[in-house]
Design a protein around this ligand. Structure first.
Ligand code: ATP
Length: 323
């Protein structure tokens, strides 16, 4: 392997820049030529591929987002699109790929490897933390910190006015951010996609807390959960607890932004080194992850299907602490 290209794809996540930097620096360390593919798979199809120099990666580690930009590409889902992408890689003499992204992006890398045999390795980059084969994904820790910081601010106004806030956090199919935000911000209840909480139970809990003179209340809701989004649940609760002043806040995209936390910088850096070294050791079609603080390589096929579940113990902690 002489020329490696790196791309970021799918939803952006804080720490992606740190991962790109680590990939590129490791490449230089091993005297490889490094390329950046702009706008993910879409850029691969449109031939937005540039050779990277040291100057491209200076002062990026600490910045949120991804300087290579990210995109969702419908064309890459088609065999014709992937053919174009492969031809562009050939034009630049690229013989290996590092893909930083979530489960969709890694699925694309797996398929591309199967079709064209180009050595590819994945780095889990998503705020959702929903990939197997790693304890944490790059961006998750920062997103949790951002959510908790925002909820702390919401609690100030909730307390001043004895309000009940429904705060919606990201995580369409996975409640990891919600669980951590719930534990870290002492929420009255946490609603996640993996578990349905009957409205009656939530009402009972909120009534009990009112009796206990806990007059400000925060309920965390993961977007698109089984019980509905924050606005939908708030509507239902309003009917049953009319005396409460109820507000809804959707944290939305602010959870994707901001400088990466120390933990995300370190994780992204370790995985960037691991990705390039993995390729040099012939580890293809795998994702580099960290389990019990050690780098491990998991076949991409396993990392994407074994979609990680919220730990029952974590959910128990939520239940105990919000009773
Ligand atoms: P996030 O978890 O943050 O949403 P993601 O990587 O899962 O990130 P997706 O939009 O699911 O985001 O996937 C990113 C891109 O990967 C898609 O736009 C598409 O180009 C490619 N991709 C996803 N699934 C496939 C697939 N089955 N076949 C080929 N390409 C795919």
């Amino acid at each position: 392997i002489k020329r490696i290209a790196v791309l970021t794809s799918g939803g952006d996540a804080p720490g992606m820049n740190a991962a790109i930097r680590a990939v590129v620096r490791t490449g230089f360390y091993y005297n490889l030529e490094m390329f950046g593919i702009y706008r993910g798979y879409e850029g691969m199809i449109q031939n937005e591929i540039k050779k990277l120099e040291s100057k491209h990666i200076s002062h990026v580690l600490e910045r949120g987002g991804t300087f290579l930009k990210s995109a969702r590409s419908t064309e890459f889902r088609t065999p014709e699109g992937r053919k174009k992408a492969f031809e562009n890689l050939q034009k630049h003499g690229i013989d290996a790929l590092v893909v930083i992204g979530g489960d969709g992006s890694l699925t694309g890398a797996h398929l591309f490897y199967k079709e064209y045999g180009i050595p590819a390795i994945g780095i889990p980059g998503t705020i959702d933390n929903d990939l197997a084969g790693t304890d944490l994904t790059v961006g998750f820790d920062t997103a949790c910190n951002t959510a908790i910081e925002a909820i702390d601010k919401i609690r100030d106004t909730a307390t001043s006015h004895d309000r009940l806030f429904f705060v919606e956090v990201m995580g369409r199919d996975a409640g990891f951010i919600a669980i951590n935000a719930g534990i870290g911000s002492a929420a009255a209840a946490t609603l996640i996609p993996e578990k349905k909480m009957p409205i009656e139970r939530l009402v009972e809990r909120l009534k009990a807390r009112t009796k206990a003179m806990k007059q400000s209340n925060i309920v965390i809701v993961a977007e698109g959960g089984k019980s509905g989004g924050a606005a939908e649940i708030a509507e239902k609760i309003k009917k049953q607890l009319p005396y409460y002043d109820i507000k809804v806040t959707i944290l939305g995209h602010l959870q994707r932004g901001g400088a990466p936390s120390a933990m995300d910088r370190v994780l992204a850096s370790k995985l960037g080194v691991a990705a390039v070294e993995g390729l040099l050791q012939g580890k293809y079609d795998v994702m580099a992850g960290v389990i019990n603080n050690k780098v491990v390589y998991t076949p991409i096929a396993k990392a994407i299907v074994g979609s990680k579940e919220v730990d029952e113990d974590d959910f128990r902690v939520v239940r105990i602490l919000s009773t």
